[in-house]
Design a protein around this ligand. Structure first.
Ligand code: NOJ
Ligand code: CA
Length: 545
């Protein structure tokens, strides 16, 4: 396939930028209000047409578009090899893949190996009787003294065991009760799922985002998880010693890697869920034998817009990342409030005055750190979070599980393409209401404004694409004048670049020995040459030393 302008010999998944598409919400080609594969194909030029007028991304990650009852919008798969008719056909997928490859854009499928839907034929068989040949494909246990087999809890909270009346046993689910966990200790399961993965590799997909990958295996002896707190919360907060990050999971990932390594240039990126107090847990998964990349999800938990909070995450990962591993950063995804809102001072309607500036600081950081940047669709527009009455919430995590929580709909609203009704997302009624700020934020409006967040992203991505030191150079944190300025250097054999990010609305003087030619600035007033630099409020500045 064509690859537009490789700038070093590092693999594409280290050099490149990945763009996450929440398939349901990106573009609806057939007017039923639900995003689909043909819709994505229509917008490939927006993503990368080989010129700086496009977003300049190297790969897209498609959230699950497989056959599914859609109780968790695709994360409950009932057939790993079929395209859900809501999203198109297999022919549509093949066309999208070919069209993307023609432009040098790779495609990453979301794959959900930890669990299936309870409507997957494997589970339907498994639950049919205790002696069904597929019984052991899932995790069935007798209760203990009339209660659940262990104290294990599901990731969204609540019990991880569901009683099945028909056969009088419990099955285990790490997530929702309609997502039974596969039994990865059963060799037949391993073979069947690896075959499904091979099916997509054979089709030519460039890799996988692996859902809940550190939940793959559980304790063989079904020991209770230790409690973290006793007392008022009745010990409900528990450690995940026996349900997450098991050594056996690492062993299975080696098998995943051996499979993908049979093919050229493929990549796996894992979702590593962790507690806030666990430090750089993803570092244990990115290496030559397991995953190529593992999401560092720690930016998602940074609550205050402070340089030192981000720097801590990065420095810690740099310290722990093995030599054959590689960082992968993310600021937003389909599970958490978007960062333009979260870090932009949460405004229920519109943006706070500084939110756009902060969105640019975030962009500059994400796209200049050492590590693969993962963007979430719409972050280039500074899309925020849309709130509505609880009764209209569609995400199963909202309302039903956490009664006062809006769920994840807020960050999954339709992509804003134009100022027309439906925001150019759909000619029909969008499955989730369009953000009322469409006219101001949409691609059409933002493209006309050289100071928009979108224009800034385009400048950054193309600068990164043409600057090997930004892609694969070393990272060195520099002493900053204040904890609210993030200052670092990216350097390879031929180039040295200083990145200076002012996280505040006040000017900030850089150390006297920092200077160079201006490569890029978010401040329209920045001059060509720079010495004795004072950063403007919320300025992101890149200097070539
Ligand atoms: C993590 C996914 O990102 C989330 O959207 C999903 O609900 C759970 N895994 C369950 O598959
Ligand atoms: Ca599991």
């Amino acid at each position: 396939m064509s690859d537009n302008k490789p700038t070093s010999s590092a693999p594409w998944w280290q050099r490149g930028i990945v763009y996450q598409i929440y398939v349901r919400s990106f573009a609806d080609a057939n007017g039923d209000g639900i995003g689909d594969l043909p819709g994505i194909a229509e917008h490939l030029d927006y993503l990368n047409d080989g010129t700086p007028d496009s977003l300049g991304v190297d790969a897209i990650w498609l959230t699950p578009f497989y056959q599914s009852p859609n109780r968790d919008f695709g994360y409950d798969v009932s057939d790993y090899r079929q395209v859900h008719p809501e999203h198109g056909t297999m022919a549509d997928f093949e066309r999208l893949l070919a069209e993307a490859h023609r432009r040098g854009i790779r495609i990453i499928n979301d794959f959900v190996p930890n669990h299936t839907s309870d409507e997957h034929p494997w589970f339907v068989e498994s639950r049919a009787s205790r002696d069904n040949p597929k019984r052991d494909w899932y995790i069935w246990r007798d209760g203990k003294g009339g209660k659940e087999p262990t104290n294990w809890q599901a990731a969204p909270g609540g019990k991880a065991w569901e009683f099945d009346k028909q056969t009088g046993q419990y099955f285990y689910h790490a997530f929702f009760d309609f997502q039974p966990d596969l039994n990865w200790r059963n060799p037949e399961v391993k073979r069947a799922v690896l075959d499904d993965i091979r099916f997509w590799l054979d089709k030519g997909v460039d890799g996988f985002r692996l859902d809940l990958i550190n939940y793959l295996l559980e304790d063989e002896n079904f020991r209770d998880n230790p409690r973290l707190l006793a007392g008022w919360y009745m010990g409900k907060l528990q450690d995940t010693t026996y349900t997450r990050d098991l050594p056996e999971t690492h062993a299975v990932l080696k098998e995943f890697r051996r499979l993908t390594d049979e093919f050229r240039d493929r990549m796996m990126v894992g979702e590593i869920v962790s507690f806030p107090w666990q430090q750089s847990p993803a570092a244990a998964y990115t290496n030559r034998e397991e995953l190529h990349l593992a999401f560092n999800m720690e930016f998602l938990a940074v609550a205050r817009f402070r340089a030192d909070a981000f720097r801590r995450v990065v420095d810690r990962f740099e310290e722990r990342c093995p030599a054959d591993g590689w960082p992968a950063y993310v600021l937003s995804n389909h599970d958490v409030p978007r960062h333009a809102g979260r870090l932009g001072g949460y405004a229920i309607y519109g943006h706070r005055p500084y939110a756009m500036d902060r969105a640019k600081i975030c962009a500059a950081m994400l796209l200049t750190l050492r590590g693969t940047p993962f963007m979430y669709y719409g972050e280039e527009l500074a899309m925020t979070n849309r709130w509505w009455p609880l009764k209209d919430v569609k995400d199963p995590l909202g309302r039903k599980v956490w009664p006062l929580y809006q769920g994840r709909d807020a960050c999954r609203t339709p992509m804003l393409w134009t100022a027309e009704p439906g925001a150019g997302f759909s000619g029909g009624k969008p499955w989730l209401a369009v953000d009322p700020q469409a006219e101001r934020l949409c691609v059409a409006t933002a493209s006309r404004d050289p100071e928009s967040v979108l224009s800034f992203y385009r400048r950054l991505t193309w600068l990164r694409r043409n600057t090997p030191a930004l892609q694969t150079g070393d990272y060195e944190a520099l002493g900053a004048p204040r904890p609210d300025v993030y200052l670092y250097r990216r350097r390879n054999e031929t180039q040295s670049i200083v990145v200076a990010l002012n996280f505040t609305g006040r000017p900030a003087q850089l150390p006297a020995d920092v200077g160079g030619a201006v490569l890029l600035s978010s401040s329209p007033a920045r001059n060509e040459a720079a010495k004795n630099v004072t950063l403007a409020p919320y300025e992101a500045l890149l200097l070539a030393e």
